[in-house]
Ligand binder design. Structure first.
Ligand code: FES
Length: 115
């Protein structure tokens, strides 16, 4: 799987996300519990960037209508969104704030709608 170097660990805000490009796709990079996650930077409810929302408890919140998406799976945790957002594999190379973040150039999980 092609992995793309997108940023340094220290570039990612603590309570928000960093918008990067992986190929021609915008991806939001965020931290949670010492790990780093990558989720497509487009809300599944309307075409707005998730990276402009806040990150807490391993979820990113859409600023427009407030749906939260699990950073690990892309599954929406609250309405009005009902469709998951694709997520991408992440690799961390190195240590500390200068560690490089690599993101897969293809989604790894497009889960079905919540049961
Ligand atoms: S546009 Fe994201 S919840 Fe409506």
């Amino acid at each position: 799987m092609l992995m793309v170097d997108v940023c340094a660990l220290g570039d990612i805000p603590d309570d928000g996300a960093l918008r990067v490009l992986v190929g021609d796709r915008a991806v939001a990079i965020a931290r949670c519990d010492g790990a780093v996650y990558a989720i497509l930077d487009v809300c599944s409810h309307a075409d707005v960037p998730l990276s402009e929302g806040e990150v807490s408890d391993c979820a990113i919140e859409c600023w427009l209508h407030g749906s939260q998406f699990d950073l690990r799976t892309g599954v929406p945790l609250s309405l009005p969104a009902t469709v998951p957002v694709p997520v991408f594999a992440v690799e961390i190379q190195g240590e500390g704030d200068k560690a490089r973040i690599l993101v897969a150039d293809a989604s790894v999980s497009v889960p079905g709608p919540p049961a």
